[in-house]
Design a protein around this ligand. Sequence first.
Ligand SMILES: [Zn+2]
Length: 458
Amino acid sequence: MNFAKLRGFYVSKLQKNKKILYMIAGCSILMVLFMFFSLYNRNIYAISVDGKVIGNAKNEKVIEKLKQELLDDYRDKMGCEIAFYQNIQVEPVKALGQKVDTEQQLREKFRKILSVKIKAVCINIDEKQAAIVSDKEIAERVLQDVKDHYVEKTPGDLIKIDIAEKVTLAEKYVNPLSILNEEDAKNLILQGSLEMTTYKVQQGDTLWDIAHKQDMSVEELIQANPQLKSVDKLALGEIVNLKTIKPLLNVVVTKKVVYSENIPYKTETVKDKSIVKGNQKIKQTGQNGERQVTAEVTYKNGAKIEQNRIDEKIVKEPVNKIVACGTKVQLASRGSGRFLWPSSGRVTSPFGRRGRGMHTGIDIANSKGTAIYAANSGTVSFVGRKGGYGNLVIINHGGGFSTYYAHCNSTLVKSGQSVSRGQKIATVGTTGRTTGPHLHFEVRVNGQPKNPISYLGK
Ligand SMILES: [Zn+2]
């Protein structure tokens, strides 16, 4: 065998094998590359909550499954329709360079991040959300409670009830924490706020004290408490609001109210010849009557705003008071007529000598309380107690003339006051030295007592 030939044979065989090896190696690399690409260049799903990526899922099915699982869980707990509070978005992304969360990892993330909102009913007042309750039935009950509150608060039989605002109910998914119970929703609508801050009046408190303690003005406090009857009288233990009540609804209630009313009696005067002129006697006492009034009363949020009488019926007629006025003229006098008779009654003691003394006036007897009139116009120069005169009024008439009115029960004028002729100035009494009720009347000229009869009318 030719050695060179043999060598050539082996070399060519070896070269052939090398080629196959190269081909095998090339194919392997391609396969690895393909596997690598198919593994990492496939799509996975990025999950974002309210715009922030929280993780990746290998497919959308896992995400849906986990969301449903969580919703079912909450629904079982809350027993109502729910939705996720957050906005969840799923977007396919290239897996290259991304970490894929396992189902368990995603479940934990979901439970930690996601919260639910629940289907509830909003009570909207004039298109503005006022209160949220869990369902329509409760919402309707709350509105009825509000109406009932004002109906019960006011007297009478209901004619009609109107709500000034437009009230609508709307379903909405909300944060479970924003849902109110029936009582709270009612109070919110009635008072304008959930919490009523109140204060219990302590011994000796005035509105000013309370306002000062609460850092409010007295005006604010009064505004918050229209129920207070008197600003300066607070009852111990009374509850005072520290916040103004601003109802969210204006409820106008119209009612038929029946109430009784006094009919005041009238006074009738009749002339009576048996009674001395100037004297009066009550012949019949007056008695108030009573009428039953039916009225249509309109209340706004419990406060009366209008009242119209629709019917009235007299239950009891009033009884007139009859006063008899005396016309009997006193004949005990004759004189110049300069002065009026200051009172009515019998002259029991004339002017002049009396025993060892001097009676400086005339005594006109009548019952205690009988009116005493100024005998003429003038100026009161004295009112007060003076020895045996008792309560005394002196009127200066000018020109040296003055008149005295003594033993008065009460005096009705003040010193320095001008009085007119016939003006009531005092009443008959027993003050000073007297044996019975009478007027001791004096006329003095330049201080000297004169016989009054000479100056009185006939
Ligand atoms: Zn006298």
